[in-house]
Design a binder for this molecule. Structure first.
Ligand code: SF4
Length: 496
C-alpha cells in the first residue's frame, strides 16, 4: 500500500477525492507553477536558517524523495545512539510516515520542531503537527514537547540575520495531543481511500475545494461550472452555495425575486441584458473634490519573507520604484516622472539607502499642493507610513503626502460605475480594459506587478540572469503604463 505522508494526509483531510487524485490520477495534477517553486525554495532557505539555532545536527534527509527507508533507519539508529539533534528525522508506523524538520534533545526531553515559512500559526499547521506527533508516538518516539517555529513578524533586519531574533518558537504540545483522536479517525478513513485504487471517492464540489487551500483539481471537478456562474458573484457570503444547491448555476438563471446587493444586481443585469451602469452624480461629486495639480502615483514593491534591506521587517512592502504622471491644470500637458532604485543600494553596507533616495526624489517630484491619485490608495499610503516611521526626519513631508491621497478605486468598488466586461472585479486590471479596450499591457516584457517584484528581487539577491539594463527599461515601462492607465480612467470619468 502507498504510504500516507503528511502532505497526503493534509490532502485527504481536505477532501478524500483530492488524496485519491494525488495517488492515482497524477495525469490530472497541474505542473508546478513558478510561484510554487519559489515557495519551495524559500521554504528550504528558511529551514536551513532554522537549523542554525540547533547546530551540528545529523541530517536524515532521504537520498530520493520516493524512498525514505534510509531516513527511517538512520533516525531510529541515531536516536538510540543518543544523537542530540537530527534534521529531517523520519518516522514510520503502519504505512503512515512523517518527516520532521528538527528533532532535538535537551535536558532529558525530546523536542519536535516544525519550521514554517509564515509569520503566524494557522489551524492547518496544527493538523500537520498532530499527524507528526501521532506517527512519532506510535513508532515509539513520542516527543515530550512539540513546537512550531515561525518567522517573527516584529523582526527588524540589522546586518546579518540572527536566527534567534528572526524566529519565534511556539509550543503547541497540548493542541496536538487534543487532536490525537481525530488524527486516528482520519488515518483509518484515509487508509481506506489509499487501499481502494479501483474506486474513486464520490465527493461533490463544495467550500472545501478552496479551504484551507485552493485545490489543484478544480480544473477537473469544476468543469461543469460555466464562466459566468453564481460563484463569480462578488461578496456572495454563502449565497452562491445556496443558489447552487437549488440548481441555479448560471448568473443568467438567477430569478428576479432573489435578493441581491446593488453590486451583485449590476453584474447579473450585465450578464442577462448586457447593461452598464453609471451614477454620474456620485462620480462627479467624488471627483470635484480633487484639486490641481493632480499627481497620478503608483509604487512597485518587493516583500520578501527574509528581509533584504536593513530596517525592514519580514513581508514588509518595500518600495523600489514609482511612476508619477502630473497634470498641473485642466489645460496643461501631462508630465511624467519616475524613479527606480539601484538594486546594489539594497545590500548591507551600501552607502546609499534606496528608501532615502526615494524620499529625496519624492521631494523633488511633488509640489506642496494638489491631490495624489492612486488606485487602491491604502497600499501607497501604507508604504509611505512605513517610510515615515523609518525616517522620522521626513515624517512631516511624508504625512503631508499621505493626507492628500484620493482613491480612484472608489467609484468601482462602490459600484457607481459598472460594465459587464468588469465581471466581478473592481481591480484596475479589469476596469481599464472595460473602459479602454485599446489600452493594453500586451506589448510589455514585464506586464504585471508580481513579475516586476520578482524580477527586481532577483536583482537585489544577485540571482538575476539576463540583460539588466534592458530589464530596468522594462520595469520603468511597466510602472509608467500603470499610472497612464489611471489617467485614462480619470479622463473617462470626467467626460461622463
Ligand atoms: S476540486 Fe474539490 S471535490 Fe475535487 S478533489 Fe479538489 S477538493 Fe475534492
Amino acid at each position: 500500500m502507498a504510504l500516507i505522508s503528511k502532505s497526503r494526509f493534509v490532502s485527504g483531510v481536505q477532501c478524500e477525492k483530492k488524496l485519491y487524485y494525488d495517488l492515482y490520477r497524477k495525469d490530472l495534477k497541474p505542473p508546478i507553477s513558478e510561484q510554487q517553486k519559489e515557495l519551495f525554495s524559500s521554504g528550504n532557505i528558511i529551514g536551513q536558517l532554522a537549523q542554525k539555532l540547533y547546530p551540528n545536527g545529523k541530517d536524515a534527509s532521504p537520498e530520493s524523495y520516493y524512498d525514505f527507508s534510509s531516513s527511517f533507519k538512520n533516525t531510529k539508529q541515531w536516536i538510540n545512539e543518543g544523537v542530540e539533534t537530527i534534521y529531517e528525522a523520519a518516522f514510520l508506523d503502519n504505512d503512515v510516515m512523517a518527516a520532521l524538520d528538527i528533532l532535538h534533545h535537551q535536558n532529558g526531553e525530546r523536542w519536535a520542531i516544525e519550521v514554517k515559512s509564515s509569520t503566524d500559526v494557522n489551524n492547518y499547521h496544527i493538523t500537520d503537527a498532530a499527524l507528526q506527533y501521532w506517527v512519532m508516538s506510535n513508532s515509539g518516539f513520542k516527543p515530550d514537547k512539540f513546537f512550531l517555529m515561525h518567522v517573527n513578524n516584529k523582526f527588524i533586519k540589522n546586518g546579518i540575520i540572527d536566527p534567534k531574533e528572526f524566529f519565534t518558537l511556539k509550543e503547541i504540545t497540548d493542541q496536538v495531543i487534543e487532536k490525537q483522536y481525530e488524527v486516528n479517525h482520519n488515518v483509518i478513513r484515509l487508509k481506506n481511500v489509499v487501499k481502494n485504487k479501483e474506486s474513486e471517492p464520490f465527493v461533490k464540489i463544495g467550500k472545501h475545494c478552496s479551504s484551507p487551500f485552493i485545490c489543484d483539481y478544480m480544473h477537473h471537478c469544476w468543469q461543469h461550472i460555466p464562466e459566468n456562474s453564481v460563484f463569480s458573484l462578488p461578496y456572495a457570503r454563502g449565497k452562491e452555495w445556496e443558489l447552487y444547491e437549488k440548481g441555479i448555476v448560471e448568473l443568467a438563471s438567477i430569478p428576479d425575486e432573489v435578493e441581491l446587493s446593488h453590486r451583485q444586481k449590476l453584474q447579473v443585469e450585465g450578464i442577462k441584458h448586457g447593461t452598464s451602469y453609471v451614477d454620474r452624480t456620485a462620480i462627479k461629486e467624488f471627483i470635484s473634490d480633487w484639486t490641481y495639480p493632480l499627481y497620478f502615483f503608483d509604487f512597485e514593491t518587493v516583500f520578501p519573507l527574509i528581509p533584504v534591506l536593513d530596517g525592514t521587517t519580514p513581508m514588509q512592502q518595500v518600495p523600489f520604484q514609482y511612476s508619477l504622471h502630473i497634470k498641473s491644470d485642466d489645460r496643461s500637458e501631462m508630465i511624467h516622472r519616475e524613479f527606480l532604485a539601484d538594486p546594489a543600494s539594497f545590500q548591507s553596507g551600501s552607502t546609499r539607502n534606496p528608501l532615502k533616495a526615494i524620499i529625496e526624489q519624492l521631494k523633488t517630484d511633488f509640489g506642496p499642493n494638489g491631490s495624489i491619485v492612486a488606485y487602491n490608495a491604502s497600499f501607497e499610503m501604507d508604504v509611505l507610513r512605513k517610510l515615515a516611521i523609518a525616517f522620522p526626519e521626513d515624517k512631516a513631508f511624508l504625512d503631508g503626502l499621505i493626507n492628500r491621497f484620493v482613491d480612484l478605486l472608489i467609484p468601482f468598488r462602490k459600484a457607481w460605475y459598472y460594465k459587464p466586461e468588469m465581471g466581478n472585479s473592481a481591480s484596475i486590471k479589469y476596469v481599464l480594459p472595460a473602459i479602454a479596450p485599446e489600452f493594453s499591457y500586451k506589448d510589455l516584457e514585464i506586464s504585471n506587478g508580481g513579475l516586476a517584484s520578482n524580477t527586481y528581487l532577483s536583482m537585489i539577491l544577485n540571482e538575476f540572469e539576463g540583460n539588466e539594463a534592458e530589464t530596468r527599461k522594462n520595469l520603468l515601462a511597466y510602472c509608467e503604463r500603470d499610472t497612464l492607465g489611471m489617467v485614462v480612467i480619470w479622463k473617462h470619468l470626467t467626460e461622463l
